[in-house]
Write a protein that binds this ligand. Structure first.
Ligand SMILES: [Zn+2]
Length: 564
């Protein structure tokens, strides 16, 4: 294609609101334009990249025997009321002219399960894997970061239907392998991590995450290969040395000291030698939660421990009424009320700690869990950098990531809700066993930019770059250069090279700046001086290395760089 005839609105400056590199560069390179918060239009270059990403995903899905569908985003309320997801606050809802409730799909478990229901009748029709590449809508509370958190986005979602769990294991594994091939082919570095399954409600799930500073997720990683989602990750805290002695708890005055920070400052003691006491209302019952002073509660883990996610922190008034002291003075010894006490495992085996005394203005020292109070121990805390890897015992690291894809074993949750049952070989009916699997297309593009950019622009992996090569004629007014450029352009087209011919009557500096910006892997430059010596330049955008190649050998040199 000839740049002079295309719409590629590059920008010299990044818009002020764009913080993430991918947001800034995709706007500057003319890939996308914002329509509303979290809603973007893909322009010519952006659409070329997204179509390449879609093609790779299609090829890999087809390879595992998945069948491509296309389901509408406009859904009747009844579908979502069947599973109770109508009330999720991310659902965009609307009414038609007859006042019927509708919504825009956040995902497609409901529609796919309803399709399966009544159509799949026998185990002989199984397994099935159905997928689509389609728009999803989510009313995100804080859409931001360009293509990283969108309210309307493209997703490849697929759904597997099996008779038994063993079949689901196979379908799940096929997806994990297909996803590995997809992410390898699109050239994005990724981790496969264990994940908490959030609103999906499945029990086993995995997440494909691209390490990138702009990412909003945090993943715990270890050089041994261990990788886990922060919400779910288990790790052992680095050991703490306890104070010696076996004295009983001793009360001491701590006037006005309420937070762990204040107490650290007041006592000159490490927060790791303190017990943090929280009060939660679980359904309608108060529960006391204990953590090491420097640790924080993972509500995800708390939900797993309690077997419910109906809970909230107690208000200061509720805590005072129940325990006779304010929140900052509560502790596990001699609690005023009979109450369930949950303690994080990091408190197990510790001794001589500082805790609240259940009397405002006083704390206790020499508090020893198990001797001075009883508790149920559970994994309740959010892990931290420096914790020890559960696999190899070395310190873990926390990194920021972008979620690219997710694989879920849903089990029978959706098929039971819809009554989607099949006859088994024994003649008995049973609910379908399902899996659901997603990949975000814009996220792949954004992650590729986050991982491959510098101050001048981006360098996309060739598999998803809008073109393989940009052919830059430094000066279109130079007749010899112009003719050589036109000839080379046609030759490259004949060889099926995806080439963008920068034939604009612009200064060379402008052309080079644009070429550096828009993410095309190679630039061929025809410049006056080298051309007179029979040479052209091949510029590798990712390494910024320039190679001088004889004009006659240019196509061969290019073939070696972009085979096939
Ligand atoms: Zn490890």
């Amino acid at each position: 294609m000839r740049w002079s005839q295309l719409f590629i609105p590059t920008l010299r400056e990044a818009p002020a609101e764009a913080e993430a590199a991918s947001h800034r560069l995709l706007l500057r390179a003319g890939y996308v334009r914002q329509v509303a918060a979290g809603v973007y239009a893909s322009l010519y270059l952006g659409q070329r990249s997204l179509l390449k990403i879609a093609r790779i995903i299609r090829e890999e899905m087809n390879r595992i025997g998945a069948q491509e569908f296309y389901l509408p985003a406009l859904n009747p309320a009844e579908l979502w009321q069947t599973t109770g997801r109508w009330d999720l606050d991310v659902v965009f809802k609307l009414k038609d002219r007859n006042q019927h409730d509708l919504c825009l799909g956040i995902t497609h478990e409901e529609e796919m399960t309803q399709l399966a229901c009544g159509e799949l009748r026998s185990y002989k029709q199984l397994p099935q894997i159905w997928y689509q590449i389609q728009e999803k809508f989510r009313d995100e509370p804080r859409p931001k970061g360009g293509l990283l958190r969108l309210r309307q986005f493209l997703m490849k979602d697929s759904y597997s239907f099996d008779l038994e769990e063993s079949g689901l294991d196979v379908s799940y594994q096929k997806h994990v392998e297909a996803y590995r091939r997809v992410f390898q082919r699109v050239g994005v570095r990724y981790l496969f991590v264990e994940a908490y399954s959030g609103v999906m409600g499945g029990s086993v799930s995995g997440e494909f995450a691209a390490p990138a500073e702009a990412g909003e997720d945090r993943v715990a990683v270890c050089p041994c290969g261990y990788a886990a989602n922060l919400e779910k990750a288990e790790a052992n805290p680095a050991p703490v040395e306890d104070l010696p002695g076996n004295d009983p708890p001793e009360i001491f005055a701590t006037p006005g000291q309420k937070t762990i920070e204040e107490l650290v400052h007041f006592t000159h003691e490490s927060p790791a030698r303190m017990i943090k006491t929280l009060v939660y209302w679980v359904e309608s019952t108060p529960v006391v939660i204990l953590l090491r002073g420097d640790h924080s509660l993972s509500e995800t883990k708390l939900a797993a421990s309690l077997g419910t996610n109906v809970f909230r922190p107690a208000t200061p008034e509720e805590a005072l009424a129940a325990h006779g002291a304010h929140l900052g003075s509560l502790g596990p010894v001699d609690l005023k009320a009979e109450v369930r006490v949950l303690a994080d495992r990091a408190l197990q085996g510790r001794k001589n700690m500082i805790a609240g005394s259940n009397q405002d203005g006083y704390h206790l020292r020499n508090v020893t869990p198990g001797r001075d109070f009883q508790a149920e121990f559970a994994d309740l805390r959010t892990i931290e950098a420096g914790d020890l890897c559960p696999r190899c015992g070395k310190p873990i690291e926390l990194i920021s990531t972008i979620e690219l894809g997710h694989v879920f074993k849903l089990g029978r949750k959706y098929s039971e809700a819809f009554g989607a049952r099949v006859l088994g070989p024994d003649g008995k009916e049973s609910p379908l066993v399902m899996g659901s699997y997603g990949i975000g297309l814009e996220r792949i593009l954004a992650a590729a930019v986050e991982q491959n950019h510098d101050e001048d622009g981006m360098f996309l992996p060739r598999s998803i770059a809008p073109f393989d090569v940009i052919l830059t004629v430094a000066n279109m007014d130079d007749q010899a250069l112009r003719t050589a450029g036109e000839t080379l352009y046609l030759k490259l087209l004949e060889r099926s090279v995806e080439v963008l011919f920068d034939d604009r009557p612009e200064r060379p500096g402008v052309k080079f700046k644009d070429a550096d910006l828009i993410g095309i892997p190679y630039r061929i430059t025809l410049g006056k001086q080298k051309f007179q010596q029979g040479l052209a330049e091949i510029f590798d955008r990712s390494t910024k290395k320039i190679e001088n190649v004889k004009l006659a050998e240019l196509e061969e040199a290019l073939d070696a760089k972009i085979p096939g």
